[in-house]
Design a protein around this ligand. Structure first.
Ligand SMILES: Nc1ncnc2c1ncn2[C@@H]1O[C@H](COP(=O)(O)OP(=O)(O)OP(=O)(O)O)[C@@H](O)[C@H]1O
Ligand SMILES: [Mg+2]
Length: 326
């Protein structure tokens, strides 16, 4: 299928760590929001990579590191040959944004309430693409058409004149204008009407082909991830527990945590519980566990799981499972 010569590194992280410190002098705790994350995805075609996990698993932290909004504590990350974290992450902002574009959870926060959205799109086209005059309008109109909107219907309107779903489409159009290599979408549909979610997610699938753009999709929603993903990484307390082809993981999960997640789908309407998330002390301790972080909830756990962090076991189908017993 793929020719080794034309393979590109879509995403590669090596020993990526991010430690947050919380609380005061007495109550100080450390949260390893990313704990030795090693991913290596090469492809000769655009791909959709989904990162799934419960609240607090580190999805947003990884998104922010890749978008260069957060500095990792250690380790490195490369996206389409651009070093985005670690030594060598020196590329200019505009060069970087031409290749890596974000879509955020709440489209109303992505736009200022006091500016028309087409003014935003125009600025993106001028700054990042260096376009002028008619060429800017053309780029905007084309991007809007790709997401199912018309330039005439968008022109002159402010964010509050759109529904959440429409505005998220506009923000996807904005992200497309620079013709990025990859779009990083952190929970892009979680605030959108359930009935419209699949439409937006399906759009990723068609844009992947039409624009040759890869997607990194962070989500709680296994159902949408299943439908659109080429690759899937399952995270728990800052660590990857299973990585591989989405189809294979979802049809035969190997890690006990992935199995638990899939089993819980029918009971929770395809989503994990969200909302205000407060962790018990035991849960925050899990971030710092030296061995396997999942051991307290794991039916397979043995003594070795307390002592040793499981390394990636590579299966025949290419997937990686971080478990001593799976
Ligand atoms: N700025 C911060 N300061 C302190 N701790 C943080 C900060 N950002 C994230 N964390 C902690 O890091 C851990 C991972 O958070 P992150 O937001 O990456 O998880 P997530 O998988 O995106 O969760 P959610 O599904 O709720 O969005 C959590 O325990 C969180 O409380
Ligand atoms: Mg998040």
């Amino acid at each position: 299928m793929s020719n080794a010569n034309t393979m590109t590194t879509v995403l590669k992280t090596e020993g990526l760590n991010k430690v947050y410190t919380l609380g005061g002098i007495v109550t100080r705790t450390r949260i390893n929001a990313l704990d030795d994350v090693n991913l290596d995805i090469k492809s000769d075609r655009p791909v959709i990579i989904s990162l799934v996990g419960e609240s607090g698993s580190g999805k947003t932290t990884l998104a922010k590191v890749i978008l260069r909004l957060v500095e990792p504590t250690s380790g490195s990350a490369v996206v389409y040959d651009r070093v985005v974290a670690g030594a060598g992450a020196k590329q200019s902002k505009s060069e970087f944004l031409a290749a890596v574009q974000p879509i955020f959870q709440n489209p109303f926060e992505a736009f200022s309430a006091y500016r028309t959205v087409d003014a935003y799109l125009r600025t993106t086209a001028m700054r990042v693409q260096n376009l002028q005059g008619d060429a800017t309008t053309e780029a905007m109109a084309q991007a809007l058409t790709s997401v199912g909107l018309k330039y005439e219907d968008v022109r002159g309107k402010y964010p509050n004149q759109f529904s959440g779903g429409e505005l998220q489409r506009v923000s996807i159009a904005r992200a497309l204008i620079p013709r990025p290599k990859i779009i990083v979408a952190d929970e892009p549909v979680s605030m959108i009407d359930a009935s419209l979610r699949m439409n937006i997610v399906n759009l990723f699938l068609s844009l992947k082909e039409q624009y040759n753009t890869s997607f990194l999709y962070m989500t709680h929603d296994l159902a949408t991830a299943y439908y659109i993903s080429d690759y899937l990484a399952v995270m728990y307390r800052g660590a990857i527990v299973e990585f591989g082809s989405a189809r294979e993981i979802l049809t035969s999960p190997k890690h006990p945590y992935t199995q638990l997640l899939l089993d819980s789908i029918p009971h929770t309407n395809h989503k994990w519980t969200r909302g205000t998330f407060t962790m018990s002390d035991i849960e925050t301790k899990e971030y710092r566990f030296g061995g396997c972080k999942f051991r307290n909830r794991c039916p397979l756990a043995q003594e070795v799981c307390t002592r040793e962090r499981p390394q990636a076991m590579r299966k025949d189908d290419g997937r990686e499972v971080y478990c001593h017993f799976a």
